[in-house]
Design a binder for this molecule. Structure first.
Ligand code: SF4
Length: 398
């Protein structure tokens, strides 16, 4: 039977939104069980930027799970490659919350990965998952509501990519379809749908207190929308979060593919909204700006060659430009533009003197300044270009 209930709660702040949205569901089934809360703490960033799940939303989830009688509650994450999990938990304010409630933190990368075959795979064949996620009775996926340059949005289903082991996440961005097979979606969308066939959260709670619009997952703008959406059905939670973000869920390829593969309706009208805003939730929709089709459109004097990059490099470029764009005026090429290249598919059409960011661009290094890393952090890019350390009092961005 398909779970139809979706709870939507708005305008109470991150803790109360999260707690009340979960409490509006039938939480009896959690009594006596071990629950892993999987937030989105992909980067070491302070709360309030819309990059990570708000720590008070995690607090609200813990309170609701405790009230429901969960026997143990652990918060775990495998962030993007190059980010230290425990440092990210501290900076994101999660450790302060787990200390307060007496819950453990878990670095999902601490144990060697489990290779899981994917029967009927569309593209992956297999995937490498952090084994600790299988030590729990339930996984609660608790992402922050964000737009995403590659996948449209990143919500409770895509958040499960943070249960993948280290570089396995990067593999998802480097896949190619088998010769002769044609799909209309991106390979990443196929890969997320494959993962969903072997790893879905049992319960989903999306933190929409401060989300990210535009060039997510980390290069966009923070937006206060002050809602939470919860459901035992992750597709229902993601569909209704799209609604609250002013986005048509049918435009999100990975949701459409998963809906089709698993026979779960994509139409919001199929589901039953419960919770405090059952009747008037549409009055609280806050439209999120969609991601631009390319970084160059946002910065007209910057030329970005982007061919088959992944979101980690795109986010790094956005963070770099946000922080250092004004310092790049002396490094323009003869067309008056600053040139950046990312991704493994670049070809000889890029201009000599291009700044080539990330290991994937190594083959093109004769065309410009190659900066290795997967991805290199913005300060390293700045140093490679200018030969100087950034000023200490500049704002923190990574
Ligand atoms: S170098 Fe950049 S584009 Fe290539 S895999 Fe690493 S993060 Fe992704």
């Amino acid at each position: 039977m398909i779970e139809k209930n979706v709870a939507i709660v708005c305008k109470n702040g991150p803790l109360e939104n999260a707690k009340r949205a979960l409490a509006a569901l039938d939480l009896q089934r959690i009594k006596g069980l071990k629950v892993l809360i999987k937030p989105n703490i992909g980067r070491a960033a302070h709360p309030g930027q819309g990059i990570n799940t708000h720590p008070q939303a995690v607090a609200g989830a813990i309170e609701a799970l405790k009230d429901a009688g969960a026997s143990s509650i652990v918060v775990g994450e495998s962030p993007i490659v190059g980010v230290n999990t425990m440092e990210a938990f501290v900076k994101a304010g999660i450790k302060e919350v787990t200390d307060k409630y007496g819950c453990d933190l878990l670095d999902l990368n601490a144990a060697k990965p489990l290779k899981k075959e994917i029967p009927g795979s569309r593209i992956l064949g297999f995937t490498r998952i952090c084994p600790a996620v299988f030590n729990f009775d339930y996984i609660l996926s608790l992402p922050v509501a964000k737009c995403h340059m590659h996948t449209g949005v990143t919500l409770s289903i895509k958040n499960m990519k943070g249960c993948l082991w280290q570089h396995e996440k990067v593999r998802y961005h480097q896949l190619e379809y088998r010769p002769g097979e044609i799909y209309k979606e991106k390979t990443l969308d196929s890969a997320i749908s494959d993962l969903a066939t072997v790893l879905l959260p049992q319960i989903s709670l999306v933190d929409g207190y401060i989300g990210m619009e535009g060039m997510g997952p980390s290069g966009g703008e923070a937006i206060t929308s002050d809602f939470a959406v919860a459901s035992w059905n992750p597709i229902a939670a993601d569909i209704h979060t799209c609604v609250m973000m002013g986005i048509d869920p049918r435009e999100i390829p990975h949701l459409a593919i998963i809906s089709e593969r698993m026979g779960i309706p994509l139409d919001p009208a199929f589901y039953e909204v419960c919770g405090e805003r059952r009747d008037d939730y549409k009055d609280y929709i806050v439209p999120y700006a969609r991601p631009p089709v390319s970084i160059s459109i946002k910065y007209p004097d910057i030329k970005v060659y982007d061919c088959d990059s992944c979101s980690a490099c795109q986010s790094t470029v956005m963070l770099f430009l946000k922080r250092f764009k004004d310092d790049m005026s002396q490094y323009l090429l003869d067309d008056g533009m600053f040139h950046i290249g990312i991704g493994k598919g670049l070809d000889g059409k890029i201009k000599k003197g291009t700044v080539l960011i990330g290991n994937c661009t190594k083959a093109m290094k004769e065309f410009g300044l190659y900066i290795p890393g997967c991805p290199p952090v913005p300060t390293r890019i700045y140093k490679a270009i200018t030969g100087k350390e950034p000023l200490e009092n500049e704002p923190e961005v990574d």
